[in-house]
Design a protein around this ligand. Structure first.
Ligand SMILES: *Cc1c(COP(=O)(O)O)cnc(C)c1O
Length: 437
């Protein structure tokens, strides 16, 4: 498969280059030149297929030209070591539980898939050059990437996170691992971290000294596998006889997850429409209302993995629909909730359904409560386990919640991090020093 840049100025790339480079030379995001529809009989029989079988078919459509079949099957099976079930909340609303992975958040799938794909490409070479993954995180990306890449030979991971702006539990999940994982604690916001990473990729001198790649959802290997979820959700809803007027609602920050869902739609997945649920960082919501895109600094909310003021994958959505505002507005609607509305949603859902939401999933749930029409069924992504946001959730629902064993295990490790200000100069100096070792 050939990949082109959304900015249209960089040369096209192979899958290997797109994965290893992350961002194109013109700062654009890579897009596959073709999105291949899956055959009709796939959709006719999808409800009889397992999650693994479905994911392998979808993965083959994306990556089948570039990776041999057995290797791809291994990568898919290794990535999906857990299930992503739909769970009924009320008559018309279902939760798609994406939090049963190693770090209890949906990014586990993309992170693991990318680690294994990168390893596949490195393994085919014999120069043995270390690949350095730079990842900016507002909380969950860092833990998913760090754990997905932990112990993978030939790769070192640098996680940049905003000091004091991620939860204790999130922080433990990427600062206690050691081995090939280094955590950088940045004085600044998530957007500052993202800017440092983007600048590093553009710096000629730095790139001459070390091989750098990203693991943010700008990387095609991170975001495309997330399409698996939506095919699986459709299959499970179809088995229940509830897939004819299906609305998919995705709590969105950087818009990687929903973009993967839209790729599924472009491959023929019969989803009626989509809702992008935002917290108070609502530039996409505004775009849908006004047609104007006005990226800006992020603000801090209790759904902090969605505190993004300039969503990277907006460029992919625009490109996918050839900048046709009407098409976008017809297929996708928006919703935005402030912290107090998010808490109310968590509380209401718990009181009414005895289902505990995390603050991100709460935006998705509320958007379906507010936006489902007659005759429609809705599935929202529950993107993280509520225990990852224990204090917030407990204060909203007035009940203690349990911490799963897997999460508690991270809390026992000791924190190791490197302090950093938000200037590129110092970040670059640090990386140059690392390259000497
Ligand atoms: C990353 C994340 C989101 C937002 O996903 P995007 O792909 O960035 O839109 C939502 N919820 C949780 C828990 C996350 O970690």
């Amino acid at each position: 498969m050939i990949y082109y840049s959304t900015n249209g100025q960089a040369p096209v790339a192979t899958l290997e280059k797109a994965v290893v480079k992350g961002l194109a030379e013109d700062k654009g995001l890579y897009m596959p030149q073709q999105i291949k529809p899956l055959p009709t009989d796939f959709y006719e029989n999808i409800e009889k297929m397992t999650f693994h079988e479905i994911a392998f078919q979808v993965a083959s459509s994306f990556f089948g030209e570039d990776i041999d079949k057995d290797a791809l099957r291994n990568i898919v099976n290794d990535t999906l070591s857990f299930d992503c079930p739909v769970h009924q909340i009320n008559e018309r609303i279902y939760s798609l539980e994406l939090f049963h992975g190693p770090t209890l958040a949906f990014k586990d799938v993309g992170a693991r898939f990318m680690a294994r794909l990168l390893q596949y490409f490195i393994g085919k070479k014999d120069n043995g050059k270390l690949v350095n993954v730079l990842v900016a995180t507002s909380g969950d990306t860092g833990s998913a990437v760090a754990n997905g890449f932990l112990g993978v030979e030939g790769i070192h991971v640098y996680v940049l996170y905003p000091k004091g702006k991620v939860s204790k539990i999130q922080e433990c999940q990427f600062t206690t691992l050691g081995k090939n994982i280094t955590a950088l604690e940045v004085e600044g916001t998530f957007d500052d971290c993202q800017a440092l990473v983007k600048n590093a990729f553009m710096d000629t001198e730095l790139n001459a000294h070390m091989q750098l790649t990203s693991a943010n959802s700008i990387n095609v290997a991170r975001f495309l596998p997330q399409a698996f979820y939506y095919f699986n959700a459709y299959a499970r809803m179809k088995a229940l006889g509830k897939a004819d007027n299906l609305v998919i609602c995705v709590p969105s920050g950087n818009f990687g997850n929903i973009t993967a869902a839209l790729f599924g739609h472009a491959m023929g997945l019969p989803i009626k429409r989509f809702i992008a649920a935002n917290n108070a960082n609502n530039v996409f919501y505004e775009y849908l209302q006004t047609g104007k895109y006005n990226p800006r600094a992020s603000i801090q909310t209790i759904a902090n993995a969605m505190d993004v003021g300039a969503p990277s994958n907006f460029a992919r959505i625009i490109d996918l629909y050839k900048n046709d505002y009407n098409t976008i507005k017809t297929l996708i609607s928006g919703a935005t909730y402030n912290d107090s509305q998010i808490k109310d949603a968590m509380n209401q859902c718990y009181q009414a359904n005895k289902y505990v939401l995390d603050p991100h999933g709460a935006c998705g749930y509320q958007a379906l409560c507010d936006g489902l029409n007659e005759g429609e069924y809705g599935v929202f992504c529950e993107t993280a386990h509520p225990a990852k946001f224990k204090d917030t959730v407990e204060s909203a629902i007035g009940t203690e919640i349990e911490i799963p064993e897997r999460l508690a295990a991270f809390m026992k490790g000791s924190k190791q991090s490197v302090m950093m200000d938000n200037t590129f100069e110092n970040f670059k100096a640090f990386l140059m020093q690392e390259a000497q070792q």
